[in-house]
Design a protein around this ligand. Structure first.
Ligand code: ADP
Ligand code: ZN
Length: 218
């Protein structure tokens, strides 16, 4: 089963993705995480993505599409995947259709995690994440341990470069211009389900569970 998690930066996609992927037993594929891992390892892919990420802009479609095609061809994704942060443009969504069609599959559901614009800036500029496992905290809403050591994996908790305020503003603009049109695109195909992302992570998780079982996915 292929599930897409769509939503603005700061909507809580990473947190929810971990829960959904556990529940459905499909791997969590986050293009942002893959780029960050490549960046910290200094791979050619990481170097290519670096400038775009630092500006809050999208990495070119062809690069991302190749990466996702490769990821989906791995054995652990044979039964499906949860896509977080991909597709982000209509071009990427079209390419995904082709990739999936070539293996006789399709997008089962696109979950839109909806959070009002007004909340996003505060969420993103206070966001802190674990460098190793990606777990998240918020400087004021759910502060990380003072030693900045991740209780789950011992990794370092830090603030992503692109969570600084200037970059956040451009990421939100990029989302509105390039990614939000996908809600209509998946809406027209009948695969869009909207879940409100403003409650506690547990509330949101319950709503997602409901939405997934209503859609026939368990
Ligand atoms: P966000 O918190 O904005 O959802 P991500 O961790 O998903 O952030 O992505 C961080 C950055 O990685 C993006 O701003 C972009 O530069 C790049 N990126 C991630 N996924 C994609 C994609 N599907 N297409 C283009 N660029 C991407
Ligand atoms: Zn961790």
């Amino acid at each position: 089963m292929i599930v897409i998690l769509l939503g603005p930066p700061g909507a809580g996609k990473g947190t929810q993705a971990a829960a959904i992927s556990r529940r459905l037993g499909i791997p969590h594929v986050s293009t942002g995480d893959i780029f960050r891992a490549n960046l910290s390892e200094g791979t050619p892919l990481g170097l290519e993505a670096k400038g775009y990420m630092a500006m809050g802009e999208l990495v070119p479609d062809d690069l991302v599409v190749r990466l996702v095609a490769d990821r989906l061809s791995r054995p652990d994704a044979a039964g499906g995947a949860l896509l977080d942060g991909f597709p982000r443009t209509v071009g990427q969504a079209e390419a995904l259709e082709d990739i999936l069609a070539s293996r006789g599959s399709k997008v089962d559901v696109c979950l839109l995690l909806d959070v009002p614009d007004a909340d996003l800036l505060a969420r993103l500029s206070g966001r802190r994440v674990c460098r190793r496992c990606g777990s998240g905290w918020h400087a004021s809403f759910s502060p990380p341990p003072v030693d900045l050591k991740c209780p789950k994996c011992g990794g370092e908790i830090y603030q992503r470069d692109d969570d600084m305020e200037e970059t956040v503003t451009s990421r939100l603009a990029v989302y509105r211009r390039q990614t939000r049109p996908l809600t209509d695109w998946y809406g027209a195909k009948g695969s869009l389900t909207v879940v409100h992302g403003t409650g506690t992570p547990q509330d949101v998780e319950k709503d997602i569970e409901k939405a997934l079982s209503a859609g026939g996915a368990r």
